[in-house]
Design a protein around this ligand. Structure first.
Ligand code: ATP
Length: 230
């Protein structure tokens, strides 16, 4: 059965990207295409310099491709202006950084991080919902903790809960387990599983075999080109 655009969190087609620094030209991505179905985890894998972060930035509407098209939640991004891209980033996309602390506001408790994320996206969330979401991510005992009282894995799971509360159709994460020990990696991956169950399409850039082992779909890049896709 073919996947309709509504079942896709995102879809990119024929994406190419060249960086130009002085006279040097780096082909970071060459004719990359991939569907990111909702309710599933797609891992973008490949060695260092293969183009993973470049693709993630384009998927997150932070950067533009030189050629190719991109749809987020059924909406074409190719010709959208700055305002439209800002709107997409605010309402349709959540971005999770590698460094857990970068995902959180340093003086807010875990519960307040969720409330802020809901408010920024024009939503209201009840105290019961906040407790329920943090509880589902194993953080029911951490509601009143600020980031510096959370471990790296707990911070990353709080970031996942923030993505959950805002319910964007597309979640993008760049090496979200890179800074964590083994136990925390598995807990964070469980957290992404919970997020998947809410119907988000998740794209994670990673070369960690433990992350790749959890993939529903894989896109492997090398020198900006697809070498494996399923
Ligand atoms: N802003 C930039 N200016 C110039 N070249 C860049 C820029 N960003 C990335 N590149 C180059 O583009 C290529 C792809 O880089 P990218 O960061 O996307 O790869 P990556 O797979 O994410 O690498 P890593 O796993 O090390 O983060 C590399 O050759 C890199 O040096």
């Amino acid at each position: 059965m073919s996947i309709t655009t509504l079942q896709l969190g995102a879809f990119c087609h024929n994406i190419s990207k060249v960086y130009r620094v002085d006279r040097e030209r780096v082909q970071a991505l060459e004719r990359v295409e991939k569907e990111f179905p909702r309710g599933s985890l797609t891992v973008i894998a490949g060695p260092s310099g293969s183009g993973k972060s470049s693709l993630l930035r384009i998927l997150a509407c932070v950067d533009r491709p030189d050629t190719g098209s991109l749809e987020i939640a059924g909406q074409s991004v190719a010709n959208s202006g700055a305002r439209e891209r800002r709107r997409l980033r605010r309402y349709s996309i959540a971005y999770i950084f590698a460094d857990p602390i970068e995902n959180l506001v340093e003086y807010l408790t875990a519960a307040d991080q969720l409330r802020l994320n809901a408010r920024l996206r024009g939503q209201r969330v009840s105290d019961a919902d906040v407790a329920e979401m943090l509880g589902r991510l194993g953080l029911g005992h951490r509601l009143d903790h600020t980031p510096h009282r959370l471990s790296g894995g707990e911070q990353q799971r709080t970031a996942i809960a923030c993505a959950m509360v805002a319910r964007p159709p597309f979640v993008v994460a760049d090496e979200p387990t890179a800074e964590l020990d083994s136990v925390a990696v598995e807990q964070v991956l469980d957290g992404f599983g919970v997020l998947c169950d809410t119907g988000a399409a998740i794209a994670i850039a990673s070369h960690d075999p433990r992350v790749i082992a959890r993939a529903d779909h894989l896109l492997r890049l090398d020198h900006g080109r697809i070498v494996e896709s399923w």
